[in-house]
Design a protein around this ligand. Structure first.
Ligand SMILES: NC(=O)c1ccc[n+]([C@@H]2O[C@H](COP(=O)([O-])OP(=O)(O)OC[C@H]3O[C@@H](n4cnc5c(N)ncnc54)[C@H](OP(=O)(O)O)[C@@H]3O)[C@@H](O)[C@H]2O)c1
Length: 228
């Protein structure tokens, strides 16, 4: 059975990916919280927790020590920071880059030997904001542009050894979307989640990448709300 590590699997897109892949894979359920990870583990046929604050390199290294075989890692954990360049603090910049970029680079580096051993796959949950930026998006889009640079480099460096897929969702109905809509002035009671793609649909794109025959790689895929 394929073993897949999914970060940010406690909620939102990551949890939907864990459920989608969990039908035929052993899932390492990534979360900062033992309780949240345990809840998802219990809901899956074959799973175990992978608990670490990904911004803590020591905790990350400890968690990876417990990983034996690995066929894929799906980097879904991420944070949204929405502020203008004029108001952005050093702490806001560094905190976002630590989780959305540095942690992904470090976790990938740590598991790379295991992925090479299985001719495995790295999937990053990037964003439409990894392709275009705008007002209020310097930090978040900045991290996602950097993530795209990372995946393009990794794919070229590891060609023939592993596959690398960058998934670019548009708006998805998760806690992060609630946070985004609040920052756009939408009151909590007026939240319009039905307008956005469902986390399960993003998970389908991840399955496409992992189930692709060995001769081909899904380099990148965009998944946007259809409006239907
Ligand atoms: N929602 C959207 O509209 C949208 C659109 C495009 C791209 N994306 C991207 O999709 C990914 C998932 O987003 P989402 O909407 O599912 O977000 P979400 O519902 O806010 O969930 C965020 C996840 O990240 C984890 N996380 C946060 N800080 C962490 C840390 N320091 N260490 C380990 N895990 C941490 C959380 O784990 P805990 O529960 O343990 O805190 C949680 O599982 C992100 O990379 C996001 O940028 C989202």
């Amino acid at each position: 059975m394929r073993t897949v590590l999914v970060t940010g699997a406690s909620r939102g897109i990551g949890r939907a990916i864990a459920h989608e892949l969990g039908t035929d894979s052993h899932i390492l359920v990534g979360s900062t919280s033992e309780e949240a990870a345990a809840k998802v583990v219990e809901s899956l046929p074959s799973a175990e927790p992978f608990v670490a604050d990904l911004k803590d390199p020591k905790a990350l290294a400890r968690a990876v020590e417990g990983v034996d075989k690995l066929d894929a890692v799906v980097h879904s954990a991420g944070v949204l920071e929405r502020t203008s360049v004029a108001e952005a603090s050093w702490q806001q910049w560094s905190s976002s880059f630590e989780l959305n970029v540095f942690a992904i680079a470090e976790l990938t580096r740590l598991v790379l030997p295991k992925l090479r051993a299985t001719t495995g796959t790295v999937v990053t949950i990037n964003s439409g904001s990894g392709l275009h930026s705008g007002a209020g998006q310097a930090i978040y889009a900045g991290t996602k542009f950097a993530l795209r640079a990372f995946t393009d480099a990794l794919r070229a460096e590891e060609k023939g050894a592993i596959r690398v897929t960058s998934v670019h969702p548009g708006r998805v109905d998760t806690d992060m979307q609630r946070q985004l809509r609040a920052s756009e002035g939408i009151a909590a009671e007026d939240y319009d989640g039905h307008r956005w793609a469902r986390p399960e649909s993003i998970a389908r794109a991840v399955r496409l990448a992992l189930d692709m025959p060995a001769d081909a790689c899904v380099d990148s895929v965009r998944v946007n709300p259809s409006g239907l």
